[in-house]
Design a protein around this ligand. Sequence first.
Ligand code: FAD
Length: 512
Amino acid sequence: MLAMKTQFDIIVVGGGGSGLAAAVSAAEHGADVLLLEKQPALGGTTGIAVGSFTASGTRLQTQSGIQDSAQAHHQDAGLFSAPDIEARNNDPLRRYFLSHAADTLHWLMDMGLSFHGPSPEPPNRVPRMHNVVPGARAYVATLHARLIKLGGTVRVNSPVLRLVQADDGAVTGVAVKGDKKAVADGRNEVEFHAIRGVVLAAGDYANCPETIARFKGERYASIEGINPNSDGDGHRLAEAAGAKLLNMDVTYGPELRFVPPPGRTFQEFLPTSGLAARLLGTLLPCVPGFLMNAMIRRLLVTWQHPENSLFDDGAILINRAGQRFCDETLWPEREIAVAAQPGKECFILLDQSLAERYSRWPNFISTAPKIAYAYVADYLRLRPDIAIQSADIESLAQARSIPTESLRRTLKETNEERLAVGRARLDGRWTLLGPARACFTTTEGGAAINTQFQTLDENGTPIKGLYAVGQTGLGGQILWGHGLHIAWAMTSGRLAGKQLAGASFTEADDSL
Ligand SMILES: Cc1cc2nc3c(=O)[nH]c(=O)nc-3n(C[C@H](O)[C@H](O)[C@H](O)COP(=O)(O)OP(=O)(O)OC[C@H]3O[C@@H](n4cnc5c(N)ncnc54)[C@H](O)[C@@H]3O)c2cc1C
């Protein structure tokens, strides 16, 4: 029997978007690559994302008559977050990233991926958001197929437990949890060695209570990540090797999210790679606007968060016991309180006038800004598992296993409070949305890196042999707005793979 190969040019830790991009790009430039994935399947957060990729100076923009530049994009990218968050951005790195994002999009298109758009997202001055068709799983399927074709090695169910370091601290490999066979042979760990380097591409720590508590505060620790597997291994591995971590308290969210629908979503039935996917992409420009809109609205009711304005306008939050538990208008106290409720769940209750108000522009339950809007009727039609309407509160309570008496009492008390401050009673036909949970979408902290994607220690000195990409290697960038996280995952992966494989690097390396 052949012995297992344990030495490669490059080892990539994590098989989400950035890891796959790094592995494919390195293999394209002749490197012998091993990609290690902790879970039974590739994908990570990338695999459950919507799939938007925001970039400037793209072919699709040109086809739509849009003139754009990375410089203009860089200016606009700074307008998305609050000034105190933006002040912490790594400006040179984000400028460098944005100047390479369009080439990454073209690289993916040349691999066979199709994109819808570009779509507007103010304050971007022009449309820059490109949405992969049919959804983000297409990135994973296409890059995986390409990696296999290029001769890369992929091992799933292979969590990296620690980095292997030489006496001088240089990272020379990884130790992976032994599989059944290795354990039977008395080896709990198996080491793999990298000639050129190890790339950390292990995603974020949105579902790691210890890391969230350490950097953001204990009170946030019970809020979970949308991706239950975002456990921050990459950040721990980087820190253990001496890397500096930046902006670890900055998070995307918390925000309320409805629980996902049971079973497979309609998008999951669409082809994500191969001939059928190419055909879907080719037919895309012919799809009438109303159909495209219907497709996007389905995505909205599956993934987008309910708008804060709902609570400012009087919607109330109740728990499974039928009780109110917080001031619904206060963020993030509202989300912290939701995470402390039984089952970490809540429901949003709207009375008749509120439901009517949220049935037409400009009041919507959720949105992909300037692209599509979902109203009460969309939730009732497309998400009957989380949206229900009735004239009597009892049947709503029964349908969601909420104690009727308790809910009745809550409404009585709420109406007394409202009347005391001169607000109208909640009344009429009721709409109940939920369950919803409080979640971090992703986290914005990452290892310090330079533009060669080398991780840096506290003094800014590169740690030999250790690279970081995607959410693990955010390098202090603030990537607010839609579509920059995937663009960064793919761009950092592509460039890191290319550089590590030793390709001469002439691609606008002057852009810093
Ligand atoms: C619901 C949702 C929708 C989103 N939609 C968008 C969008 O449309 N556009 C956008 O730009 N961003 C979006 N984002 C954010 C974006 O998807 C992510 O930030 C990005 O895809 C992260 O890519 P990554 O490669 O860094 O991490 P991931 O895709 O999470 O990949 C990390 C991989 O590393 C593996 N791993 C972890 N630890 C180990 C270990 N010890 N050993 C081996 N493997 C390990 C993980 O299992 C995982 O597969 C969305 C996020 C969510 C939650």
